[in-house]
Ligand binder design. Structure first.
Ligand code: SAH
Length: 391
């Protein structure tokens, strides 16, 4: 099978030779005139050496690489990709007796930019971020059936939110295979969570905080805990197992409803929710909480908003640090990819200085291994956190 050929300018082959999976439009010397968005293309260097196969997009990232060897993109290709991702997670014991939810496929980290698949105890939620991936969805479903066998109940396509706007207008989210007939409750580290992947934000649950939630339990024994930006109450449920009292805050009433439900499912009674803006909620409080969790949505979605994002993180963290009781603990996170770990670290330090609190750094936190970061693509690292002891 031969795909349309793209030839790069001299020198532009080096990033592909280092296995970086993106080609920017400026690197392209020659491409067919009739090339359309989403097409599979073969990429060659200026002196006709094959470099990679990828999906073409009309955008500044013009090609996203899915193979660095010459291969046909067919069912076998997808089976191999998904099987590799599945074996990796199985070998690491991510899915086990106490956890039946994980990110099964994480874009570049698993070798296909633009493909996200989350696994909820048999139900897969697929999000295509590019048309190239979207056009392959039926084959991806076949590959999932092949790899997961009896462990697959349904596949729900939720790409309407993730595809570029001009491509998503005419499509709808729908089941590509199977169905969800009953309320879905999954287990994470033996805690139960009701999942509404159809109506919930993103794929319905923030799977990337599993390890960090587990760490939190250690610091909640007999404490009063505030979980801000709580969404479905992931951190709240873990905290409430050990804490005296837990407060959850989220600006979304729908999210708080789900958080309350999760607290109930786990038979916890020491929890209260507040539908409120976090900044408003904490601004007049003082000396009330032993442990505070700050896990806001990405303040920066692109480089342009990085500066304002840093100001936002500093303000939020300084407010929380002022409010925390002596000898308290702060769990603070950023999921903005453009705010890297050094910048986040410096921002938190400067928030501590502003709050005039002595802090000790207990942990650096990252995304878990089912959101793998590959060394060829450091941009894949997006979640970072710090745990501080606050004197
Ligand atoms: N910590 C959560 C995920 C947080 S997602 C978890 O572990 O599952 C971010 C959440 O912040 C969303 O639920 C969103 O509704 C909420 N949010 C956004 N802006 C907010 C604000 N200013 N105040 C309170 N909540 C906010």
């Amino acid at each position: 099978m031969s795909y349309p050929i793209i030839i790069l300018h001299k020198g532009k082959e080096t990033s592909l030779q280092r296995f970086h999976p993106w080609v920017f439009s400026g690197a392209i010397k020659l491409k067919p005139d009739n090339l359309i968005d989403g097409e599979i293309v073969s990429i060659y260097s200026h002196n006709n050496i094959f470099l990679a196969t990828g999906f073409y997009s009309n955008g500044s990232i013009a090609i996203r690489i899915i193979s660095f060897i010459e291969t046909e993109i067919n069912l076998n290709f997808w089976i191999q990709k998904i099987n590799n991702a599945y074996i990796y997670r199985q070998q690491l014991g991510i899915l086990n007796n106490t956890t039946n939810v994980c990110r099964l496929f994480f874009g570049e980290g698993d070798g296909v930019p633009g493909l996200i698949i989350d696994y909820y105890n048999g139900h897969c939620v697929l999000q295509a971020h590019t048309l190239g991936v979207y056009l392959q969805k039926q084959t991806i479903v076949e590959a999932l059936k092949h790899v997961l066998k009896n462990n697959l109940i349904s596949v729900y396509d939720k790409s309407k939110e993730t595809l570029p706007k001009n491509q998503s207008e005419t499509i709808n989210n729908s089941f590509l295979f199977g169905a969800l007939d009953e309320e879905l409750v999954v287990k994470e580290n033996n805690y139960s969570f009701a999942i509404d992947f159809i109506n919930g934000q993103k794929t319905g649950f923030f799977i990337d905080q599993r390890d960090n939630r587990k760490l939190l339990t250690k610091y909640c024994q007999s404490k009063k805990v505030l979980n801000t930006f709580a969404y479905t109450g992931g951190f709240s449920v873990y905290a409430a197992k050990n804490a005296i009292e837990v407060h959850s805050v989220d600006v979304s009433a729908t999210a708080i409803k789900l958080a309350n439900k999760n607290v109930e499912i786990n038979k916890l009674t020491n929890h209260t929710s507040f539908v409120a803006d976090t900044f408003d909620f904490i601004k007049d409080k003082k000396n009330e909480y032993d442990v505070i969790i700050l896990d806001p949505p990405a303040f920066a979605k692109n480089l342009k908003s990085k500066h304002n994002a840093v100001i936002g993180y500093k303000k939020l963290n300084a407010m929380a640090l002022k409010l925390i009781k002596p000898n308290g603990i702060l769990f603070t996170f950023s999921c903005s990819g453009v705010v890297d770990k050094n910048l986040f670290y410096n921002t938190i330090i400067s928030a501590s200085i502003e709050a005039k609190r002595n802090v000790k750094l207990l942990h650096y936190l990252y995304q878990p291994p089912d959101h793998p970061v590959i060394p060829y693509f450091p941009e894949g690292e997006y979640l970072k956190g710090m745990v501080l002891w606050v004197e």
